[in-house]
Design a protein around this ligand. Structure first.
Ligand SMILES: CC(C)(COP(=O)(O)OP(=O)(O)OC[C@H]1O[C@@H](n2cnc3c(N)ncnc32)[C@H](O)[C@@H]1OP(=O)(O)O)[C@@H](O)C(=O)NCCC(=O)NCCS
Length: 293
């Protein structure tokens, strides 16, 4: 009887990270060990490279400072091979030129020969910035909410979403909107913090939103809101996760958010998500008029 092997995502990811680590360290010997003799690579610009060139060239031309692997998926290809696909973000240079685009899809195929894993294939493909997550709304949970079953998409906020986002915030309890929550300022905020703020869309309609930005050191979430009919289905959590994934892409691994003291439900949500209060810090704020010429 043959047994289909169970490939564990973490094991395959650990192999893939060895390759990226070798590229970061410009270690051609390590790459030669990890790449199969029959290794084929298809680069983003469409060029095909075989093992000798891949091993020889990468340490010469790549200056990768950091890489982030997001949303990995694996698929078994028969008994001894596995396909790994993920969203890859690269920072650094190639031939002295900053790597652009930073985001791409990466697909590799790993093969196991007598217990030894080698990478047979690697391909990079263009990444379309669009839906970053989905939340299913199964019929069973909808009886009391008057909401159709379907899929809610989490996607980066764009200027076209702002009017609906402002409507949602204006209808949401537990948020404090200020003078800067107008269409002009909000559009500017997420242009400056590209891809970070997120909306949840049900059939194209905004049913959740959150602003996310960073000051180069910490991330910040503002105005997380989910339309009342759509709550307790995981949409708030999915919006937060999408923001944290975007912050991680730029190397920010700590995020702050603000909850009004008497927003008990908001605080419960945050506790469930693992946010905690700084016991020794008070937030101070100063509003000022333009200073200087
Ligand atoms: C807070 C808010 C964004 C949560 O959105 P949501 O989509 O309902 O959140 P999720 O479904 O992802 O909830 C995840 C978990 O958080 C907790 N949680 C969420 N809302 C809660 C509530 N009202 N009371 C207690 N716990 C709650 C639950 O543990 C929930 O898991 P469960 O449904 O399996 O029990 C939404 O209630 C909202 O818009 N509130 C008004 C605005 C607000 O308070 N914003 C928060 C500012 S930080």
């Amino acid at each position: 009887m043959t047994h289909e092997p169970v490939f564990k995502l973490e094991e395959v990811l650990a192999l893939e990270r060895q390759i990226w680590q070798a590229i970061v360290e410009r270690n051609g010997d390590a790459l030669a060990e990890l790449f199969d003799d029959e290794y084929i690579e298809i680069m983003l610009e469409g060029k095909r490279v075989l093992k000798p060139d891949a091993v020889g060239e990468s340490p010469q031309i790549d200056e990768i400072e950091s890489y982030v692997i997001l949303a990995p998926q694996i698929r078994a290809l028969g008994e001894s091979s596995v396909l790994l696909n993920y969203h890859l973000t690269l920072d650094g240079k190639c031939r002295g030129i900053p790597i652009q685009p930073r985001d791409r899809w990466a697909t590799s195929i790993w093969h196991n020969r007598a217990g030894e894993w080698t990478c047979m294939f690697f391909q990079q493909s263009h990444f379309e910035h669009g839906v970053v997550a989905t939340v299913n709304l199964p019929t069973a949970t909808l009886d009391t909410h008057n909401v159709e079953a379907g899929v809610v998409e989490i996607t980066p906020m764009q200027t076209k979403h702002v009017p609906q986002v402002l409507d949602l915030w204006n209808q949401t309890e537990g948020l404090i909107l200020t003078f800067s929550d107008n269409e002009h300022d909000r559009s500017g905020y997420f242009v400056d913090n590209a891809e970070m703020s997120q909306v949840a869309l049900a059939e194209g309609k905004v049913v959740g939103a959150v602003l996310c930005g960073c000051d180069g050191r910490r991330g910040y979430l503002h105005h997380l809101a989910v339309a009342e009919n759509y709550r307790r289905k995981g949409i708030g959590s999915a919006l937060v996760d999408a923001c944290l994934a975007q912050l991680a892409r730029v190397g920010i691994l700590q995020c702050n958010l603000f909850v009004i003291d008497d927003n008990a439900a908001g605080r419960k949500f945050c506790e469930k998500q693992g946010w905690s209060e700084w016991p020794t810090i008070r937030l101070l704020s100063r509003r000022f008029n333009k200073i200087g010429p």
